[in-house]
Ligand binder design. Structure first.
Ligand SMILES: COCCCN1C=C(N)c2cc(S(N)(=O)=O)sc2S1(=O)=O
Ligand SMILES: [Zn+2]
Length: 260
């Protein structure tokens, strides 16, 4: 079982109660040292199929903004790559910093990106529902995509345009047609390793698939992320920034790469 241990109160409020998980040997995020990753020729290409009509809503959950999908059918799924089962898309969300110098959860050769996208999927071959899969080994597959400063991202803008309606914690807005594969780089290369959720309950149930190539967004688009609040309406406003967990030890894990 996972119990939370408060080792370092100086941590960001979000994780004060869980700087590390007692006995956790497969925690996330980690620094991906490209040179130490091992090319695995047996890794298949990722097979990603998203149906834009499965998009349901966007809301502020007090950690991040989350776009949720209808996961009652097999219409939006990922398989292949390091995965031996079918995983249904449940939601995507982001992590970002107060300024562009930091914000991502994973790093590559200690390089930090200004933000990171997570697409969360659960194993519908082994488990009945998302809530069950979160707690189980091989329960989740999360695809991570780095964001870097560059050109305007039109498809991300259609998500950002909804932010005024979800500024505060627990605000929800309808969002009924969106294809999240438009937020992914065209390059198929990725790293993969076994890890955990980076927010409570921090369970070690995640196969991480981190895309090698970032997507580009503008300074203004990143600034829009910082217009959201951790707090509920009426509370003293706390800007939603720096919602990333600190790096965790690799311990006895190997990161595999799909590319040479
Ligand atoms: C009991 O329900 C717990 C809800 C857990 N979820 C909420 C998150 N913030 C979250 C973060 C995730 S991350 N940063 O590891 O991808 S996955 C995930 S999640 O599995 O969708
Ligand atoms: Zn995340």
């Amino acid at each position: 079982a996972c119990t939370l241990q408060n080792k370092n109160a100086a941590l960001h409020p979000l994780w004060q109660s869980s700087s590390s998980v007692t006995g956790g040997t497969k925690q996330s995020p980690i620094d991906i040292q490209a040179r130490s990753s091992v090319f695995d020729p047996k890794l298949k290409p990722l097979s990603i199929c998203y149906d834009p009509t499965t998009c349901l809503q966007i809301w502020n959950n007090g950690y991040s903004f989350v776009v949720e999908f209808d996961d009652t059918t097999e219409n939006s799924v990922v398989t292949g790559g390091p995965l031996n089962n079918n995983f249904r898309l449940k939601q995507f969300h982001f992590h970002w910093g107060a300024i562009n110098d930091w914000g991502s959860e994973h790093t590559v050769d200690s390089k930090v990106f200004p933000a990171e996208l997570h697409l969360v999927h659960w194993n519908s071959d082994l488990y009945k529902c998302f809530e069950e899969a979160i707690m189980e080994e091989n329960g989740l597959a999360v695809i991570g995509v780095f964001l870097k400063l560059g050109t305007h991202h039109p498809e991300l803008q259609s998500v950002i345009d909804l932010f005024p309606s979800i500024k505060y914690k627990d605000a929800v807005a309808a969002f009924t047609y969106f294809d999240p594969s438009t937020l992914m780089p065209s390059c198929p290369d990725y790293w993969t390793y076994d890890g955990s959720l980076t927010t409570p309950p921090l369970t070690e149930s995640v196969t991480w698939i981190i895309k090698k190539k970032p997507i580009e967004v503008t300074q203004n688009q990143l600034a829009a992320f910082r217009s959201l609040f951790f707090t509920s309406i009426g509370e003293e406003e706390k800007k939603m920034v720096d919602n990333f967990r600190p790096l965790q030890p690799l311990m006895d894990r190997t990161v595999r790469s799909s590319f040479r």
